[in-house]
Design a protein. Sequence first.
Length: 233
Amino acid sequence: MKTILILITFVLIMSPGEYALGQAAPEQLVPFPDFATYQPEMSKLALELSRQMEDIESMSGSIIDGGRHIRYESVDMDVRIYTTSRPIHEVRDLYFDMMLQTMKSEGMPADALEQLEDFLEYEVFYEIEEEPMLDFDLDLVESYYREAGLTAILDWITCYRELLPEIEDKTAESFMIEMNELQLRRPDTIRDGTNFYIIEVEVEQPYVNVVDCRLVDETIIIYNIYRMVAAVE
């Protein structure tokens, strides 16, 4: 059932030409939120940090297709950050409904929509969890990255130090959405050099706004958009 669902989903969101070339836009995989505000300065800072932390190289994987071993790794990335006053539980529901409605508007039949709902719930959306806002040693992290010459994170650590009385015993709720475009394509269409996207969306409430260094009791939505390339062995 899962395989049938994936193929149906992909056919309905891509034209035949796009399907052959793997030209899905990131917002076709996980729509950008029309209920939240885009934050360009926060996005720029987060992208700078991610690039310096080598997050691009950390995204990789592989699948087996018969006798073929398909490996893939990221060659570029982007970060888009949004914020909203809506509570995190409402944001999760909004995303779920938004993705269902996107498929419905493309003409997906009712029985396939039921399967899509299961696919999203069990394969794409993570449950909301509660975790400490500060779950690492600031001194240890600062020392490590300073010695490594990775300076982008130092401003973040300085901000966390300033906010320490507010966040050291505070918890935050969070969940993730993960979409791998490769899951939505027939493996036999994958060739050497095939490009596709992996989208990771991190949602958290409350969050630390590093731009003006304050704790915000709202919801932050962070898109990590990885452009991938495949190699077939």
